[in-house]
Design a binder for this molecule. Structure first.
Ligand code: FE2
Ligand code: FE2
Length: 228
């Protein structure tokens, strides 16, 4: 691509590409490790409902970010668990899923079913990839209770729970929740803030939630919308 030869107020004329560091020389860039790519290939067909595939990828990114910040946690447990955690929704009839997760009660029996079925599917997928049996059991235990269990079993469990909830405050999460329940953007933001900030287990996740909510709030501020 050719660059303009003279600087303008919005475009610097010189080529700065030689000053851009490679991906592995900077912090914060997340991509699926080969181990997780193999899991994703097998998990994706079970995630093809209710935007769960996109949710799972963003939650993977958040889990990887949290895992990098929390010494003592294990990527080989956290990352497979987050990719597989919602595979069980594929066993719940599509038209019942939103009723299951709606604010104000929903269907706890169906929430429980997606956890137990998700643990079963995870065991099957990880077994086919020759994962160590002890890791498979840890990952399955995290999935079997990721929504309904009020406490975290381990630092790895805490990260999976936090990444899953943090997604709601991402741009994709807020747009998705807005569409599910027919809300406007401000209602979706308030609902997600009410359901996320006080439910997090780790300090880095609490900081991320505040940051995501702050940016989403300012997206809706009159001073911002007036700027187009
Ligand atoms: Fe879930
Ligand atoms: Fe989830």
């Amino acid at each position: 691509m050719s660059l303009p030869t003279e600087s303008t107020s919005t475009r610097y004329a010189a080529d700065v590409s030689a000053r851009i560091p490679p991906r592995d020389a900077v912090q914060g860039i997340v991509e699926l490790a080969p181990r997780d790519r193999a899991i994703w290939e097998l998990a994706a067909p079970h995630l093809d409902v209710r935007d769960n595939d996109v949710h799972s990828l963003y939650a993977y990114g958040l889990a990887a970010a949290l895992q990098a910040l929390l010494p003592g946690s294990r990527a080989e447990i956290v990352l497979p668990a987050i990719l597989l955690h919602d595979t069980g929704w594929s066993t719940v009839p599509d038209k019942l899923i939103l009723a299951a997760i709606a604010p104000g009660g929903g269907r706890p029996d169906l929430v429980r079913r997606h956890e137990t079925e998700g643990a079963r599917i995870a065991r099957q997928i990880l077994g086919s990839l020759d994962f160590p049996e002890t890791d498979i059991e840890e990952i399955a235990a995290i999935i079997d209770g990721h929504d309904s269990r009020p406490e975290a079993l381990s630092p790895d469990d805490a990260i999976v729970k936090d990444a899953d909830k943090l997604w709601r405050l991402t741009p994709h999460g807020l747009r998705t929740v807005q569409g599910w329940f027919g809300l406007d953007a401000d209602q979706a933001l308030r609902l997600c803030c009410a359901r996320v900030h006080d439910s997090l287990f780790t300090e880095p996740a609490r900081a991320m939630a505040r940051g995501l909510a702050a940016v989403a709030s300012l997206d809706l501020a009159p001073e911002r919308t007036a700027l187009g």
